[in-house]
Design a protein around this ligand. Structure first.
Ligand code: ADP
Length: 472
């Protein structure tokens, strides 16, 4: 880092005045010097490019140019001046008119970047036209030549040196600020390049990880589907044979034997529920589970849930109530899946509510705004922006149970997540119920949320569109 920075602080690969200087500022400076001292200024780059040129045709040049020989000699002088490359010191070049040119080197960071040509001007002491001017043509008039010389800017050698030093100082400043701007933009570019490289690398790593995860997910899904399927068949037999044993088909069972068979059947059924849940979740996540909506009476579904759990609620002396006002209309939903949603929520409510608590399942009219993605699919973006809320039915399952800490509220919808995930946990289950419930709700284009306080009970809110969606 230090190495590349210090290399950058020097000019590095910049060797041209053109790359470093702002031409407009350079012209401005030359113009103000011309206005101040009346001296013509030309700035050349090291490659000979003319970067600034502020001059006026001078009286003596004008007069010399009247004569053919004057024109030729003038052009030759200008040509000579243009190719002078001063080393570190100013080079003074005389003109046949008696005027002088000063050629100053432009050196920055120990590099020859170009040169400045000052002049023509005449030395202060020159009063009479020199022989070299008078000789260019027999018609040269001494008096006119003298007048032309008089009109020329006159500068003493020390003044010319001071002007040159001053000009060099200003130029140094312009070069410095150009250099700084160049460094800043080079550093900015390097940072952007570095960031871009970083980002591209991270992106590639992310893509790799994503591909691996996707492949793993696919393998997991296949594995789950196969294993669950293979387990279900023998399990159904185990349950079937337990039922036959219970019915006495294989002979009367002793009390102890009956107890064992009850346990085999009970555990078998639990396993079957778990396997069905895994299969359901797998299908839901792959979008393979189809919803078959029909007109459903929310009261009837709530009553079915009541029937399922009433014995268990009574066992725990839990008040288990339904609250469904008469004006709550029927809705369009898959009755089997809606029952599954409410059974999952009510089952959790019973599981996590201590004895003598209470649980209410409520259905009310509500509203739902379909999310933009769904709306886009149906009607296009314009319609989505003006989307009015749709009528909906809101189901609530409220309990007075153990509640959920606020930092756990979003995690409980993840598959296999349990607030108490320890092996010694008090409550049964595999952590799949809410993941399945959420997927089922979303398959209905509905929403699910939870409000809860640790020790203060829980309410799950499920909102489902009341009417069939246009796409269906
Ligand atoms: P399971 O009930 O099989 O553990 P769920 O996915 O249904 O799995 O629930 C995940 C977790 O969310 C539960 O283990 C429990 O910690 C918490 N939870 C769900 N419902 C309730 C509730 N009504 N009261 C308290 N905690 C709950």
């Amino acid at each position: 880092m230090t190495e590349s920075f210090s290399a950058d602080v020097h000019l590095g690969e910049i060797a041209n005045l053109e790359d470093l200087i702002d031409r407009e500022s350079l012209r401005e400076v030359c113009r103000s010097f011309f206005d101040l001292f009346g001296l013509s200024i030309r700035v050349f780059s090291a490659r000979g490019g003319l970067l600034a040129n502020v001059h006026e045709e001078r009286s003596v040049c004008r007069y010399a140019n009247v004569f053919a020989e004057g024109r030729t000699t003038c052009a030759a002088t200008v040509g000579e001046v243009q190719v002078i490359v001063p080393d570190t010191e100013t080079v003074v070049h005389p003109c046949f008119t008696g005027a002088l040119y000063h050629v100053l080197p432009i050196v920055y960071d120990d590099r020859q970047l170009g040169r400045i040509v000052l002049g023509p001007f005449v030395p202060a002491e020159l009063k009479e036209p020199p022989e070299s001017l008078l000789r260019i043509d027999p018609d040269v008039d001494h008096e006119r030549a003298r007048l032309a010389i008089r009109e020329m800017p006159r500068v003493r050698p020390e003044t010319a040196e001071r002007i040159a030093a001053h000009l060099r100082g200003v130029l140094d400043l312009i070069l410095f600020s150009g250099h700084r701007a160049h460094l800043t933009s080079a550093m900015h570019l390097a940072t952007v390049r570095e960031n871009y490289r970083d980002l591209a690398e991270k992106n590639a790593r992310l893509q790799e990880a994503y591909d691996k995860l996707k492949e793993l997910d696919r393998l997991k899904s296949n594995f789950l589907a196969t294993v669950s399927h293979e387990l279900r068949t023998p399990l159904t037999s185990i349950i079937g044979y337990s039922e036959m044993l219970q019915a006495g088909i294989a002979g009367e069972l002793s009390d102890e034997q009956g107890g064992f068979v009850d346990t085999i059947r009970g555990k078998g059924e639990l396993l079957l529920v778990l396997i069905s849940s895994l299969l359901d979740l797998n299908k839901l996540e792959r979008g393979q589970l189809t919803i078959e909506p029909e007109v459903v009476d929310p009261r009837a579904v709530l009553a079915e849930v009541q029937e399922t759990y009433l014995p268990e609620a009574e066992k725990k002396q839990i008040r288990f109530e339904i609250d469904c006002p008469t004006d709550v209309p029927e809705l369009h939903a898959d009755p089997v899946r809606l029952r599954q949603i409410l059974i999952n929520l009510a089952g959790n409510a019973i599981k996590f509510t201590p004895e003598r608590g209470s649980i209410t399942r409520r259905a009310t009219r509500g509203e739902i705004t379909l999310d933009q993605g769904e709306a886009d699919e149906q009607d296009g973006l314009g319609a989505a922006l003006m989307m009015a809320p749709e009528p909906a039915i809101e189901f609530r399952v409220t309990d007075t149970g153990i509640g959920i800490a606020s930092d756990q509220l979003q995690k409980i919808f993840d598959a296999f997540y349990q607030v108490d995930g320890s092996s010694t946990r008090e409550y049964g289950g595999a952590g799949l119920g809410l993941a399945i419930t959420k997927n089922l709700v979303e398959a209905h284009h509905g929403t699910i949320r939870v409000e809860s306080r640790e020790g203060g009970g829980t309410t799950f809110f499920v909102t489902l569109p009341q009417l069939p969606l246009e796409a269906e």
